[in-house]
Design a protein around this ligand. Sequence first.
Ligand code: F6R
Length: 242
Amino acid sequence: MNLVKVKNHEEMSENACRIIMNKVSSLSSPVLGLATGSTPERLYELLIKEYERKSITFSHVTTFNLDEYVGLGETHSNSYRYFMDHHLFKKIDIPKSRTHVPNGTGGDLKRECHYYEELIENVGGIDLQILGLGLNGHIGFNEPGTPFSAKTHIVDLDFSTRKANARFFRSVKEVPTQAITMGIETILRSKQILLLVSGEQKSEALQRLLDGEVSEEFPASVLRNHPNVTIIADAAAVGMPG
Ligand code: F6R
């Protein structure tokens, strides 16, 4: 794992933006894995700026998001499809048909999981996967205890995760109890992984990732088994003065 320490959230986002721009401009049909949440928000703003400056096009890019809440459709403002549409996709030139977020509202969710895996395989896998880090070490919505062999699946969300995400809802009760997520195996099949970590509240999790053992009890630890992982962490997350 390659650890890049940066000053703050802004520098983390700028670094990530450069890495994505290089990937997008160097491949003829790049496939990006994307995350939602607070961590990549600024990164997406920077990508939009680069697009507006005409220094990048996304017309040839395919994307797969990590996860989606069960029960929230694309018009629900807390669905991850809505988040991606409004924070990135509608503001760049990516064809909507090439943006993928698991569908958490279909009748047969298990089938949706298989279908999602197939879609990823059919485009030759993910070239660059962006990840954020959960306080309990989750990546995607793979909560502690998820087998490393899991593919895209339906997950019961930890109360701690629902509480952490309650800031986007009126109350924790409104946060869905289930989600669809790419599995650990799905994530590990990505050719390159970029983990973004920002803020003091993530420092314990980051420390455990860097120094702890590889264990299903701490899902992010599996990244130590992947040959091409870059972590960009800001000073607060690393536990250093900014
Ligand atoms: C989001 C996702 C989650 C988040 C993680 C960190 O699609 O898969 O694993 O990356 O919960 O969330 P933030 O960035 O809000 O701290």
